[in-house]
Write a protein that binds this ligand. Structure first.
Ligand SMILES: *Cc1c(COP(=O)(O)O)cnc(C)c1O
Length: 368
């Protein structure tokens, strides 16, 4: 069922009949972009069915989908997604970051959700096709980007419980503002002690909507506690750090070690996470991927051995964690400035992405 299509897909491009004018676009891009609020004029769609495999690759006007109310995705959540950005360089060229890593991750997510695997080359081509028509939507202002949201849904109209025989892969794109418009500011994190985001043998290592659905209630709880994000513990011993709802987590020790939870089977392997591990090694930091208990964090902050903590993911890149709160405790200091190692790594990664320093690991792929 997952055999990749041998020949590259033929693309059909139908320009939107309601594309915005250059003036309208300039007004939108010149305003407050935020994250995920505005979408470009076009989208990608590729269909899959069991008999034909991947077929009917299209770029068409952005607009509502027509789905049968019995479509499996609406009932059983057979859905996966990706998040990846296009960056405008000073010379006007447009690049993306490690797209083959996202393509492979989407294949792993697909395997777990019993969805078909889109060939890596078609994943990258889908981004290229969308940029070919919507390149003017990639903003120029510092630290802005065009965020791609590739996703795959089960479209078969059938209420029996089994993997669907018809599937759509889609890509939409959203111009995104600088995540921290007023400068990078440390955030408060809430430790969820009642909820897990994933289970042993569950879908934690897949990027699927269901994991996010499970994180919404704990996220509300975090907000009510004055925190912006939730930290989840491992679902088995409820003792070891896993990750935030949509970001991986790192601790920086004052002796030059940088530690992140090992991939436990229920942690999502972030492309940002693996890039930071590489950049940390390059800087001569001692990198450790291992189990990290919540007690280690608490005691390490108390003794001063842990100097910094941060979260990372494509959307915000690197977010300093100022404070960790949970029932009956609070560690760190939300008013302390962001850590030096955190900010240096953040700067280096964004400098690579925006073409301001050499891309020594060959991570960038030119889209236009
Ligand atoms: C997408 C995601 C991340 C971050 O992955 P990146 O590839 O770095 O953007 C981390 N955790 C979860 C649960 C995610 O869905």
């Amino acid at each position: 069922m997952n055999a990749p299509t041998a020949a590259p897909l033929a693309w059909r491009v139908t320009p939107s009949d309601h594309a915005r004018s250059a003036e309208q676009r300039a007004a939108i891009l010149g305003g407050e972009l935020g994250f995920g609020n505005i979408f470009t004029d076009h989208m990608v769609a590729i269909e899959w069915d069991k008999a034909r495999g991947w077929h009917d690759a299209q770029v068409r006007g952005y607009g509502p989908l027509s789905l049968d109310p019995a479509a499996a995705v609406l009932h059983y959540g057979q859905e996966i997604f990706e998040g990846i950005k296009a960056y405008r360089h000073a010379d006007g060229s447009i690049w993306t970051f490690r797209p083959h890593a996202n393509a492979r991750r989407m294949q792993h997510s697909a395997a777990r959700l019993a969805l078909p695997q889109l060939p890596e080359s078609e994943f990258v081509e889908s981004l290229r096709q969308l940029i070919a028509i919507d390149h003017d939507w990639v903003p120029w202002a510092p630290e802005t980007s065009l965020y791609f949201r590739p996703f795959m849904i089960a479209t078969e109209a059938f209420l029996g419980v089994r993997a669907a025989n018809t599937v759509s892969y889609l890509v939409i794109a959203s111009p995104a503002g600088a995540y921290f418009s007023k400068g990078v500011a440390p955030v408060s994190i809430w430790l969820s002690q009642h909820y897990a985001r994933a289970a042993r043998g569950g879908t934690g290592a897949a990027k699927c909507g269901g994991n996010y659905a499970a994180s919404l209630l704990p996220q509300q709880e975090a907000r009510a506690q004055g925190c912006s994000q939730v930290l989840f513990l491992d679902p088995v011993e409820e003792k070891y750090l896993e990750e935030l709802g949509g970001m991986n987590v790192f601790l920086v020790y004052k002796d030059g070690r940088i530690v992140t939870p090992e991939l436990s089977g229920s942690i999502l392997e972030g492309v940002t996470r693996s890039s930071i591990l590489q950049l940390a090694r390059d800087r001569g930091l001692r990198v450790e991927e291992r189990k990290v208990s919540i007690d280690e964090w608490r005691d390490g902050v108390a003794s001063g051995d842990i100097a910094e903590a941060f979260a990372c993911g494509t959307a915000a890149v690197v977010t300093p964690i100022g404070e960790l709160k949970g029932e009956g405790f609070s560690i760190g200091d939300i008013n302390a400035p962001a850590g030096e190692v955190t900010m240096a790594i953040r700067k280096e990664l964004t400098d690579i992405q925006y073409g301001r320093v050499p891309d020594r690991h060959g991570w960038l792929v030119k889209l236009r």
